[in-house]
Design a protein around this ligand. Structure first.
Ligand SMILES: [Mg+2]
Length: 415
């Protein structure tokens, strides 16, 4: 029988912001994209905002209706990544098998290390909970169980600052009465499909004939049935938080439809700059670019391309995007919105092999230094402190700061 913990930092982004700004701690606080941008959404909220009904993913204006005094803070991923690393350093003292799930969640497999620690998993869970609170100043919830799915479920059951144990002997009493949507990977649409065949709780799911589930939901039906019956055998993989960030992308709906390649280039330039800055923020590089186009009849097109040298600078990202664009778009219609994503991310600290015969990699390093300097200028003096001359060609098209508005997507459980 395995011993697995799932540690979840409570209201992570908002908790970190409240640590840095104690003066806002007693107000409802939300971390959100640019409040002046109508696309801004709530990325995280503190307990006070939560009690007022503010939810992650809703629009800023909706949240403000529920919590009139809501304090909005822009996201600062550098801070969150730093806290995420500090927390993981604590976890590594108890096992080398630590798997990140997003920036604020980790599974820890204690099975191999328990014998040499003369302790039990619940005591270790409580120790980790106390240490993160004392050393980092944020609270965590811990689930303790014999597989990853139930450990994750446990950490969701009691929040904040709590340990929940789901032992093999009692899992049916604890887990089966819960709504089926509480199970990891049962999203809203799956839950609705299950309700149609009278499956409302995890217990209902566990007791259903697996053949029926397979017919209804395909392979997924079978996987969920295994989960509900406590038969999740997936290992805790050694995945770091930077490998968790799958892609970094920015998009925009343009103030006017794009008519020419020059228009597209202007908007892609702003997007490429912001994507590159975010790659640098997260200390990662990309080995591919993906573009997404939507024309004014709402027809959409998405294309991607790999790159030879991993990069975190705007020029190669922009050129790859333009190459994709010229190859695949023949202007049947003007474009309403475009987006640009950096994909196939790798950790930036990986060494670059410089070639004797080709100075591309070397030129990239120089470009990287230049763009890091621009990051610092913008950090200190604001986004508009420095801008490309080309952005002045059409300030209406280019006058947005996409860096404020984004999400980090956790890696899939199955890859
Ligand atoms: Mg959390």
């Amino acid at each position: 029988m395995r011993s697995i913990l799932h540690v979840d930092m409570n209201n992570f982004y908002a908790s970190v912001e409240c640590l840095y700004h104690p003066e806002i701690r007693n107000f409802p606080v939300a971390v959100a994209g640019d409040p002046l941008n109508r696309h801004g959404i709530i990325l995280a909220k503190n307990m006070i905002a939560k009690k007022l009904g503010v939810t992650t993913g809703e629009a800023i204006w909706e949240a403000k209706l529920k919590a009139p005094g809501l304090v909005l803070v822009p996201p600062d991923y550098k801070k969150y990544i730093r806290f995420s690393r500090m927390a993981r350093e604590i976890y590594y003292e108890y096992s080398d098998q630590v798997e990140a799930f997003g920036l604020d969640e980790n599974w820890i497999d204690l099975t191999g290390s328990l014998s040499c620690m003369h302790s039990d998993p619940v005591a270790i869970a409580d120790t980790i909970r106390r240490r993160v609170k004392e050393e980092l100043g944020v609270t965590v919830s811990v689930g303790v169980s014999f597989n990853k799915i139930f450990a994750k479920l446990g950490s969701d059951l009691k929040k904040p600052d709590a340990t929940t144990v789901i032992p093999f002997e009692h899992f049916k009493e604890i887990v089966w009465p819960l709504p089926v949507g509480d199970l990891l990977y049962v999203g809203r649409s799956t839950a609705r499909q299950l309700e149609l065949i009278a499956i409302n709780t995890i217990g209902d799911l566990a007791r259903t004939d697996v053949a029926i589930l397979r017919r209804r939901l395909g392979k997924w039906g079978e996987i969920l049935w295994f989960f509900a019956n406590g038969m999740d055998t997936s290992p805790v993989r050694k995945i770091s938080e930077s490998e968790q960030i799958k892609s970094i992308g920015n998009g925009t709906t343009c103030p006017r439809d794009l008519q020419t390649e020059q228009d597209v280039r202007l908007v892609f330039t702003v997007l490429a700059e912001s994507v590159a800055a975010r790659l640098r923020d997260c200390c990662v590089k990309c080995r591919g670019v993906q573009i997404f186009l939507r024309d004014n009849s709402l027809f959409t097109l998405s294309r991607q391309k790999q790159m030879e040298i991993p990069c975190c600078t705007s020029a190669p990202i922009l050129e790859t995007a333009m190459e994709l664009f010229r190859q695949h778009y023949r202007w049947p219609k003007p474009l309403r919105s475009v987006s640009l994503s950096a994909i196939y991310l790798v950790t930036a600290s990986r060494h670059v092999q410089l070639s004797l015969f080709d100075d591309t990699a070397e030129r990239l390093l120089v470009q990287e230094q230049l763009e890091k300097t621009i990051d610092k200028l913008r950090d200190r003096f604001g986004h508009d402190a420095i801008t490309r001359a080309s952005a002045l060609l059409d300030p209406k098209l280019t006058g947005f700061n996409p860096k404020e508005d984004h999400t980090i997507h956790p890696y899939s459980y199955f890859r």
